[in-house]
Design a protein around this ligand. Structure first.
Ligand code: NAD
Length: 277
């Protein structure tokens, strides 16, 4: 149902009142912090294809390409600040029974804002992990190593891409050197779930438990195109739990939603946090 003006917000407040709430967030909640998503209506059609797991693991060129771009893209993610939407969810924690947040985001902004019980379904860009010995390394330390190994690297004009990657001229990739694991010299990969890879089993179990405890699901800033996020909406709806969606533009879960608000999260969530008790 797409309601207009104040009525939609009242409807949402009514739906959430007195129910233990779970939030499922996506890239749309971070666009107002300057981190692009994949599927905003105005995002250009030449939208890049994200790196796939098999490609990253099999191809040294693909890895070099990824890390060249990530070297440039990481500082923007690292320095991004939580926005009004993230902060409103923190505010809601003390006003309603907000049990937790399952986020598809890898930017750490919910935690930076102060939200509790955040499950990072697709991992985090703040860590890189060895594919061989599984030892983690902080992305900031890895960034220093990238810079040390490539002292002459000079990025030109760049556009940040959704996964912390960035669009760069191809010539920048030639001769670029990628650091290996400090412990075993194995391959390092950002600790995020790439396309073509599954969410680790124990993490998914925790996410299902969060949904089990919840009495309502609020989706914020996700097109739900990726099944990994949509499955929570599908199951909540099968279980007869009310689902609300706040998102600019259509989502795959619209037919499952009892309330749907098409609006900007930096405006809708503060208004919701204000009205809800
Ligand atoms: P998506 O790009 O498919 O959908 C984002 C949705 O948010 C779009 O429908 C868009 O119109 C909407 N939106 C954008 N800005 C908004 C705003 N200010 N207010 C309201 N709505 C807004 O993102 P997704 O569903 O999360 O799927 C993308 C996948 O890529 C995820 O699995 C995620 O792991 C990854 N990703 C993460 C980040 C991040 O960590 N910030 C960024 C991009 C992609």
């Amino acid at each position: 149902m797409i309601l207009e003006g104040e009525t939609r917000l009242e409807h949402l407040v009514e739906m959430l009142r007195g129910r233990r709430l779970l939030v499922l967030s996506g890239a749309g909640i971070s666009t107002e912090s300057g981190i692009p998503d994949y599927r905003s209506p105005e995002r250009s059609q030449r939208s890049r294809r994200p790196m796939r797991y098999q490609q990253f693991v099999r191809s040294p060129e693909a890895r070099r390409r990824y890390w060249v771009r990530s070297l440039v893209g990481w500082p923007r993610i690292d320095q991004a600040e939580p926005n009004l939407g993230h902060r409103a969810l923190v505010h809601m924690q003390v006003k309603v029974d907000l049990d937790g947040i399952i986020t598809q985001n890898v930017d750490g902004l919910h935690q930076r804002a102060g939200s509790r019980n955040v499950l990072e379904l697709h991992g985090t860009l703040a860590v890189v992990r060895c594919l061989h010995c599984r030892v983690p390394e902080a992305r900031s330390a890895f960034q220093r190593r990238l810079l040390e190994l490539n002292p002459d690297f000079r990025p030109g004009r760049i556009e940040l891409a959704p996964d912390g990657d960035a669009d760069l001229p191809r010539a920048q990739e030639d001769g670029f050197r990628v650091p290996v694991c400090l412990r075993c010299r194995g391959l390092l990969k950002p600790d995020v779930v790439f396309f073509g890879e599954n969410v680790p089993k124990d993490r998914l179990e925790r996410a299902w438990k969060m949904l089990e405890r919840a009495e309502a699901l609020l989706v914020v800033g996700s097109s739900l195109t990726v099944y990994s996020g949509y499955r929570f909406v599908a199951r909540a709806s099968q279980q007869g739990k009310p689902v609300a969606i706040v998102n600019r533009g259509p989502t795959r879960g619209d037919a499952d939603a009892s309330v749907r608000i098409d609006g900007k999260l930096g405006e809708v969530l503060p208004a919701l946090a204000e009205q809800i008790e």
